[in-house]
Write a protein that binds this ligand. Structure first.
Ligand SMILES: [Fe+2]
Ligand SMILES: [Fe+2]
Length: 333
């Protein structure tokens, strides 16, 4: 971006400070910057919404707004805007707080010179552009991952529709449990993604074993249980933004160490896997399975997780799951 395209709004109520900034920039800044001025936050916000500014120099103490609130109000309305805060002399703590709140930089008023203003503005704009660029790449990566997940789910739907339905129900319940436990959206997505693919490896298990009525034993049981490792082996090759393959590998573990395939216990099991484990048990007992015509039902499933609370299943996960079924009348069908 050339300097001619850089339009900067200076929001400063002290005429002497505003005048000083203007004079310095006019005299020294290479190519000059297009500076506009105003002295209140409300007028500044109005100007920002009317025409395109590249950056803002913002005094925090204005007639209509004081302190960090001046910055947060501005960023709430213009989240992508590079803002450089002007602080009092030697007031680094306010400047640092402002950067933590989203300002790109701060300049102490007593140390103003044309170079500090000019470089702060240029850096702020460059950093913001880089952040936008990075966000675009991340969004692209997410789209690719989403496409890969949908393709895998589609493949399972073709080969084994009941398994695909099971994974979708588990994903729905697991995501709700994660939300109920206060997980941020990104972590909820992580749980949902792992749940959607957790039994992918069943494609490697012969159908006659998967659908064989009654309890499996010996080699048949080992082959059935090998679906976990098979899921892991496929998923570990995909670069998810989260450790999806590890969570999937743990979806039949129990916190007392009695699960499989690794017999992990306690906090050696990832928190996201602890959610998947409970959602898996709930769906396994609530819904119909070809190999077990007598469905235990949700009452029995809730008994199972509450009896195993803190022993087999993570207590916080059980509480969140119970509350969904009892308070929110959640149903698995
Ligand atoms: Fe499952
Ligand atoms: Fe499984």
């Amino acid at each position: 971006m050339s300097n001619e395209n850089i339009k900067v709004l200076v929001i400063e109520d002290n005429p002497a400070d505003a005048h000083l900034i203007g004079e310095m920039m006019e005299e020294y800044a290479p190519g000059g910057l297009d500076l506009k001025y105003t002295d209140t936050l409300s007028a500044g916000m109005e100007m920002l919404s009317q025409s395109g500014f590249s950056a803002v120099l913002l005094d925090l103490g204005l007639p209509d707004s004081k302190g960090l609130g001046t910055l947060t109000k501005m960023l709430a309305k213009f989240p992508g805007l590079p803002v450089i805060v002007l602080t009092g002399l030697a007031d680094d703590s306010t400047g640092i707080e402002a950067v933590k709140c989203g300002a790109q930089d701060y300049i102490a008023k007593g140390q103003i010179n044309w170079r500090s203003i000019y470089s702060a503005i240029r850096y702020a704009i460059e950093r913001k552009e880089m952040a936008i660029h990075l966000q675009k790449s991340l969004d692209q990566q997410r789209t690719i991952v989403k496409g890969a997940v949908e393709a895998l789910v589609g493949m399972i739907e073709m080969r084994d529709p009941p398994n695909a339905e099971h994974q979708k129900r588990v994903a729905h319940l697991a995501a709700l449990i994660a939300e109920r436990m206060g997980y941020p959206q990104d972590r909820v997505e992580f749980v949902r993604t792992a749940a959607l693919l957790h039994d992918l490896g069943k494609s490697a298990v012969p159908t006659e074993i998967l659908n064989k009525p009654g309890k499996l034993e010996g080699l048949e049981l080992s082959l059935q249980q090998a679906h976990v490792q098979a899921s892991y082996d496929v998923l570990k090759g995909i670069e998810f933004p989260w450790p999806v393959a590890e969570v999937v590998l743990q979806h039949h573990e129990r916190i007392d160490g009695s699960g499989y395939p690794q017999g992990l216990d306690g906090d050696r099991i990832l928190q996201e896997a602890k959610i998947l484990i409970v959602a898996e048990v709930m769906d396994g007992m609530c819904t119909y399975r070809a190999w077990r015509p007598d469905t235990p039902g949700c009452g029995k499933a809730l008994e199972e997780i509450s009896e195993g609370r803190g022993k087999l299943y993570d207590a916080a996960v059980v509480d969140a799951c119970m509350s969904l079924f009892t308070e929110k009348e959640y149903k698995l069908e």
